[in-house]
Design a binder for this molecule. Structure first.
Ligand code: MN
Length: 262
């Protein structure tokens, strides 16, 4: 049996909390279950990437992976893109930002494909020098509802997919419907990135890809892992993961060929 592709997952953080009963005052690193299922359903092995680089470097950890998925979760800290939080509750998670940006850079340097989900797309954008709307609802002039606490992953909207983009090839379509569970969104697109899809309602960027460099780097603002793969009215989460895995496979073959060269 061929070895399964090892897909690193960047963890979410529970920072030390003196009020928590279990693991009081300790840092927890975790992944959300449907994300792990999305990767496993696609035939790959999800692996939580450790964050302490004092014993094993980020570069060495990345060398053991075939690709990386940047998981969703907390807002990015405005400081990570040169701003201050407009409200205390929009402070985000600066520790996770710095860790994930370093991880992303290590993957790009080593030719390991990266796929960003929701917050992951935002991390990619900020790493390439872009900025975010701290709060789409109050700051974006035309912003529609992109997150609803009550209906959560049952909020959907349409996207326009740009002709000739990677996503256009993946789905063979120029439009589609996806879920929407995000508080922030791309304001200024990072250098070297292209927008591959926009929200049909207000033009918010819903998918990006790096147009520079050899390493495949892309992200979507929606949560494919939350979408029911059986629903035909939504862009297929299985097709999306399979397409990412093809990039992983290609990169892995290139690395092997490079090793075998005399
Ligand atoms: Mn949205």
């Amino acid at each position: 049996m061929n070895r399964r592709f090892r897909i690193g997952i960047s963890p979410c953080f529970f920072h030390p909390d003196p009020e928590r009963n279990v693991f009081k005052g300790k840092t927890l690193l975790y992944f959300e279950q449907s994300l792990v299922e999305w990767v496993q359903r696609g035939g790959a092995l999800p692996m939580l990437v450790p964050t302490d680089a004092s014993h094993i470097s980020v570069d060495e950890i990345v060398s053991h992976l075939d690709g990386l998925v940047l998981q969703g979760g907390a807002d990015m800290a405005p400081q990570s893109y040169g701003e201050t939080p407009a409200r205390p509750e929009w402070a985000g998670d600066a520790i996770r930002d710095a860790y994930e940006i370093a991880l992303l850079r290590a993957c790009v340097a080593k030719g390991k494909p990266v796929f960003g989900v929701c917050r992951g797309l935002q991390v990619i954008n900020v790493a390439y020098g872009g900025t975010l709307w701290q709060d789409i609802a109050t700051m974006h002039p035309e912003g529609k509802t992109h997150r609803d606490r009550e209906v959560y992953d049952q909020l959907f909207h349409d996207v326009r997919i740009h002709e000739g983009s990677w996503l256009n090839q993946v789905f063979g379509a120029t439009s589609g419907r996806i879920n929407s569970v995000h508080h922030q969104g791309i304001r200024l697109l990072g250098e070297g990135l292209v927008a591959e899809a926009h929200s049909a309602e207000d033009g918010i960027v819903e998918a990006i890809r790096a147009a520079t460099g050899k390493t495949f780097v892309a992200g979507v603002q929606w949560h494919p892992e939350f979408q029911d793969p059986g629903r035909t009215d939504l862009l297929s989460p299985s097709t999306l993961f399979a397409s990412f895995l093809r990039e992983v496979s290609r990169a892995s073959t290139e690395t092997m060929n490079a090793r075998e060269m005399p």
